[in-house]
Design a protein around this ligand. Sequence first.
Ligand code: XIL
Length: 373
Amino acid sequence: MPMDRQLKNILTSVLAALVLLFISVLSCHAQSLSQAAARINVQVGTAVNPFFFSNPQYAQTLAREFNMIEPENAMKWTATEPAPGKFNFTAGDEVVAFAAVHHMKVRGHNLLWGQHNPAWLDSGQFTTEQLHEMMKAHIIAVASHYRGKVFAWDVVNEALGNHGEVKPGIWYDRPGIGLAGKETEYVAQAFRWAHQADPDALLFYNDYDAEGLNAKSNGIYAMVKDFKKRGVPIDGVGLQMHVGLDNVPKDVAANIERLTALGLQVQITEMDVRLPINSSGELLDPTDLERQAKIYGEIAGICAAHPGCTAFQTWGFTDRYSWIVHFTHGKYGQPLLFNAAYEPKPAYQAVLDALSKANPKIARRRAEIAARH
Ligand code: XIL
């Protein structure tokens, strides 16, 4: 072999070794979730409440660990349209401002839901024509206001039931916007209006108990497949992932696989893992923290391993503020990555490890999918 070829071979090997070393140093020593996530081009996020931004521990933990935030309630109807036709973006704007300062993306949540709507909407007696106009006006006003500020929207939240059927509700058939009996057509219409208002935002359908393969996720799959076929502007499906020790979904990877095969992306949008607690809020079994960690690690690992899973998000980050205790009437709590004193729990370490261990080779592919419309 001529000398210069030999030298070239040696140099190539040295370079390859250096690159490998660099990658492994990066992967072993990620100091935060966002550092580990950046290496594999995944967004790592949490739901937030802007009311707590003035708390230094809250703000510092957020800024250090996450590269994406989503308002827990601040962009829902109750916040954004507290009176008919009167919009208020104050709280949502605070989320956007915090994200801008800390170079984070904002995930918008949500434009249409059958629950947690303002009382004026729930108890009003509206005609289908009025509801049609109200739904259109709301989606267009909110999505237009946040155009260029929110990179992705949960356009419709929780429209399907446990058997994959369209749930009854104000937007569908009580009395609905004029599309009652037309199955998912009102959902499709929400996506069209959202796209009209913000053509650059990624548009998601978001739901719970449909993370693995089951009747509900089959219904979602059929709906989004139909949307893709008919050119309804949808970009992805959000898997909420509110789980407990006894109801961890199976076949999550297979569900992600079939959804992404349609040309959609998937995001884990609201993960928490509830643990049984006593009336003082203490764990019934402290070793549950390890079980919780394992579940977090598994799901984060599944997302990190699939290029079509573009975000991993938890529903809050400190056990101090989680909706679970209230939601489960005090039976469950401590569902998040940090304890009430903002200290990382075993679950935090498990997510950090899962993200750090993920193969960086799919990072470019993930970035392509994340940017695709
Ligand atoms: C919850 C919030 O966490 C609570 O603060 C609020 O009272 C009700 O809504 N699925 C969703 C979220 O999509 O919007 C819900 O958030 C939790 C379940």
